[in-house]
Design a protein around this ligand. Structure first.
Ligand code: ABU
Length: 497
């Protein structure tokens, strides 16, 4: 019995502690597997919601002065998962990253055991090669002939790497000379519905958010190319220096795809860097039924693609790809001698760590590579098709229940389905500002009821002139028609009044 043992009875402290160490880790694995089983059990709640002050009362979070026994640590592990939201639950539709792919989880367990930093081939030989092979495969899917890629800590950083590379391409001296190397005010362009990370990039790169020009969108949320062209001309006429255009393939709220070919034409005309933020939508490239949504993507200079979203890889897993090889290293390399010695006993171009502004790089590849190995390209095509089939079913159900639900996007381009739930008392109310206001107030109340019941989780937000509405995301393979039927009935049960 290991219950009363301490950490000093396990490896690496007690070198005779092999069986105790194995027992402890087996028990941790059992807790994890119990959580996985509960995650997929529709009879279990998605969450046991507590307000922060209540949660502080039920959890013992204090750091003790002296060691705690292993049974307390195992109890802590169980408690941590007990109060955690089950994001893999088939009725969790709250974020762009939903689901729990078991193969990917297996990879993540082993990644933790390997515990390596991805900066050099010297310490991560297998995972560096794995990353290169997988990134090469992704570039082929995108349509880049050669190029380069890197895995980054999230889509926002991936977008930042693209913008940094674009500036470096235009002003290579910026790296050494900073602002003095610039010949004027740099300006970036993206749509009003793009991800807020572009604002973050403009701020952190020293442009300022005023120099991120937001291009208007059409009624489906897609960038209007003629407006982009007009705004570029406007900035040029002011003497500013446009350098970077970011199209979005899958906007965060509406799931819209900006028209890539017309935007590529404009970038070519003005000689601007063309980046595609496909953090959310990139997965559509994996199915013959959906890849047309990103027609023209091969003309981009760079592309962000987060496999932890539509592809269901465990968090986090973000990638950024470049048409031109050599730019990333030229832009970011700092040549730290203690890591990136040039006289190592192998080809040091495999030391990818100097391509990025981070030093430490988490191993996000193993869980991703293993999942793709398990499915193959054909399995991922089925994966994407399933998400779109479920989305079509949800839209059909919302349309047949149009007394209770009003769709904002009745032909969604991705798996974002945006709608209002209409409670009984508003069903006969005349459209107008008062109903508009009440509708916006109802959605957060219903969200609160879902969380208290623990039966459903769907996100909401306002957008442009629209009051709060639900944005339902299907990005989990676990979602089936019964879950969608349940959702329709449950929302009406919780929100009817
Ligand atoms: N852009 C990060 C994901 C946001 C979301 O899940 O809605």
């Amino acid at each position: 019995n290991i219950d009363k043992l301490l950490y000093t009875d396990l490896l690496p402290f007690d070198i005779t502690g092999g069986p105790e160490t194995r027992e402890f880790l087996n028990r941790v694995a059992d807790i994890s597997t119990d959580f996985v089983e509960k995650t997929f059990d529709r009879g279990c709640k998605i969450l046991d919601f507590h307000q922060p002050e209540q949660l502080k009362e039920v959890l013992d979070l204090e750091i003790p002065a002296d060691p705690l026994p292993l049974d307390q640590l195992l109890h802590d592990c169980r408690d941590a998962l007990k109060y955690q939201v089950k994001t893999g639950h088939p009725r969790f539709m709250n974020q762009l990253s939903c689901g729990l792919e078991v193969i990917s989880l297996g990879g993540e367990w082993l990644t933790a055991a390997a515990n390596i930093n991805m900066f050099t081939y010297e310490i991560a030989p297998v995972f560096i090669l794995m990353e290169q092979a997988t990134m090469r495969h992704m570039r082929k899917v995108i349509g880049y002939k050669n190029g380069d890629s890197i895995m980054a800590p999230g889509g926002s950083v991936s977008n930042l790497y693209a913008a940094l590379a674009a500036r470096h391409k235009m002003f290579p001296e910026y790296k050494e000379k900073g602002l003095l190397a610039l010949k004027g005010q740099l300006v970036m362009f993206t749509s009003v519905h793009s991800h807020y990370s572009l604002k973050g990039a403009a701020a952190s790169m020293g442009l300022g958010t005023d120099n991120l020009v937001l291009v208007p969108v059409d009624d489906k949320g897609r960038m209007i190319p003629a407006e982009l062209d007009r705004l570029i001309e406007e900035q040029k006429s002011k003497g500013n220096l446009p350098f970077f255009v970011c199209a979005t393939a899958g906007t965060t709220v509406m799931g819209a795809f900006d028209p890539l070919n017309p935007i590529a034409d404009i970038c070519e005309k003005h000689k601007l860097w063309f980046h595609v933020d496909a953090a959310w939508g990139g997965g559509v490239l994996l199915s013959r039924n959906t890849k047309h949504k990103m027609a023209g993507v091969e003309r981009s200079n760079s592309l962000t693609w987060n496999p932890h979203k539509l592809m269901g890889v465990l968090l986090q897993c973000s990638t950024v790809h470049f048409q031109e090889d050599g730019l990333l290293i030229s832009c970011n390399q700092m040549c730290a001698d203690y890591l990136f010695q040039q006289d190592k006993p192998y080809d040091v171009t495999y030391d990818t760590g100097d391509k990025v502004i981070q030093c430490g790089r988490h191993n996000d590849i193993f869980k991703f590579w293993l999942l793709w190995r398990s499915k193959g390209d054909s399995g991922f095509e089925k994966h994407i098709d399933h998400l779109f089939d479920m989305t079509a079913y949800l839209v059909e159900k919302l349309k047949t229940n149009n007394d209770k639900f009003e769709l904002l996007n009745d032909e969604p381009e991705l798996t974002n389905v945006c709608f209002w739930y209409v409670p009984y008392r508003l069903r006969t109310m005349k459209p107008g500002p008062e109903r508009h206001k009440l509708l916006g107030e109802v959605q957060p109340i219903l969200k609160g009821r879902m969380m208290t019941a623990g039966s459903l989780m769907i996100g909401y937000q306002p957008l442009d002139h629209h009051p709060n509405f639900f944005r339902n995301i299907i990005s989990s393979q676990a979602v089936c028609r019964d879950d969608i039927d349940f959702m329709i009935v449950e929302m009406d049960r919780l929100g009817y009044d």
